[in-house]
Design a protein around this ligand. Structure first.
Ligand SMILES: [Zn+2]
Length: 165
């Protein structure tokens, strides 16, 4: 590991410990040239396995690119796309798997995208879930409507306490 101070190509590990419950390893390093110390964090690559069986590192910008296409003409900005990609990565990492099939990445995209923009969500879902007919759209739209208009919260149960004094 190159020294970030003097750019000496070599450094010595003086301490190594696991962090984040073993998900990452932090190494304290010392530069033999300038003597300064710095820390590196090593993290396993999160791999996405495509249908072809080929795996590649999870790439947030790929998520952004896919979602951006679905968001064309929609009031969604780059910050929101970046945030969505972050949420997707967090969701996948939270599963604790080192490798995930690509369709799980798609699944992880659907939920936050639905919150972000329903039209973009429909576009994305139509490709991702391979809608084959208008009926597929109708069903999905019915579900979206049920979420938005049917948002009348069920009355709080007796335990919820309609706190009448
Ligand atoms: Zn140095």
């Amino acid at each position: 590991m190159r020294c970030p101070f003097c750019h000496n190509p070599d450094s010595r590990v003086i301490d190594s410990r696991e962090a984040d419950e073993g998900a990452t390893t932090r190494r304290r390093r010392s530069c033999p040239q300038c003597g300064r110390r710095f820390t590196t964090v090593e993290e396993a690559v999160l791999a996405v396995v495509k249908r072809s069986g080929v795996s590649e590192p999870f790439n947030r910008s790929k998520v952004v690119a896919g979602v951006r296409r679905a968001c064309q003409g929609r009031p969604v900005d780059e910050d929101q796309l970046a945030l969505l990609a972050q949420q997707v990565e967090d969701t996948i990492r939270a599963s604790g798997a080192a490798e995930v099939p690509s369709h799980e990445v798609g699944l992880a995209i659907l939920r936050p995208l639905r919150e972000l923009d329903e039209v973009a969500y429909l576009r994305f879902a139509s490709v991702y879930r391979a809608f084959t007919s208008v009926a597929d759209f109708e069903k999905e739209i019915a579900e979206l409507k049920a979420r938005t208009t049917g948002g009348v919260d069920p009355a709080p149960g007796p335990a919820g306490g309609s706190a009448g004094t």
